[in-house]
Write a new protein. Structure first.
Length: 256
């Protein structure tokens, strides 16, 4: 099994699992910081308690300090990473009067956007579509400013500055890259302990994450199939001193 960037699968299948349930549980009254902390812990516990293929997809987008600030203003998007920095960036945009939201799923030039008013299926304005290089089109995780057409559709007019993004080479294009996810704080690199194990590939992913300021963690799967622990630990010694390493198996729930 090849190394999988779980962040790609996670973003491709939606920004946050059970996000509707999470938002519906939010109260519209003022909430104490203590209650906020309990809610955050409950949500994090829910994410961590899922199966490997889902739970480990959770790349911690929550910024603890900024999240508390946004919770105090009862901003529903705080669970998706909205904070004071993004708020200030919005204020200097020519479209600051429009709604803001985060791209949860990308379909070429059509985007599913999560906002305070619900989920919208949005397209780009002609100006964004034809005046920008494709690498600068919104990707999953980007924050956009859009105008709603009705209760389910909208048009994206602007995008807030992108940071902590991951790119891949476009299919068939050796020199062109494509953004696949942005505004990522943490990422899991997943590798199975079998004949496809490749330390060099792990190192390449670590370098890519480091260049964007994303904190990596290494998840090693299929420990139940039997492996030479001493051999793998020796090959990973230089990696384990730099990033957290976790050994997991679907047959041992306590490791997940």
């Amino acid at each position: 099994m090849q190394i999988l960037f779980f962040l790609y699968s996670w973003f491709a299948n939606g920004l946050i699992p059970n996000r509707k349930a999470i938002i519906s549980n939010r109260k519209k009254t003022k909430t104490s910081v203590g209650t906020i902390n309990k809610r955050i812990q409950r949500y994090q516990s829910a994410f961590n308690g899922t199966a490997v293929v889902q739970g480990l997809l959770w790349l911690c987008v929550l910024h603890r300090k900024e999240t508390l600030i946004c919770f105090q203003t009862m901003d529903k998007l705080s669970l998706y990473g909205w904070n004071e920095i993004l708020f200030r960036q919005k204020q200097i945009s020519d479209f600051s009067n429009l709604m803001h939201g985060r791209v949860s799923v990308t379909h070429k030039t059509c985007y599913e956007v999560v906002s305070e008013s619900g989920n919208f299926l949005c397209e780009l304005t002609g100006n964004m579509l034809y005046s920008r290089d494709p690498v600068d089109y919104p990707c999953t995780g980007d924050w956009v400013l859009f105008q709603s057409i009705d209760s389910q559709k909208g048009i994206i007019f602007d995008m807030l500055p992108r940071c902590k993004a991951l790119y891949r080479l476009k299919s068939g294009q050796a020199s062109q890259k494509q953004a696949i996810a942005s505004h990522i704080d943490k990422a899991f690199i997943v590798q199975s302990l079998d004949e496809h194990f490749n330390v060099r590939r792990i190192e390449r992913f670590m370098l890519q994450l480091s260049e964007e300021g994303i904190l990596p963690a290494l998840i090693l799967t299929k420990t139940d199939l039997g492996y030479n622990a001493d051999d793998f630990e020796s090959r990973l010694r230089h990696v384990s001193t730099k990033i957290p390493v976790f050994y997991t198996s679907i047959e041992m729930p306590e490791t997940i």
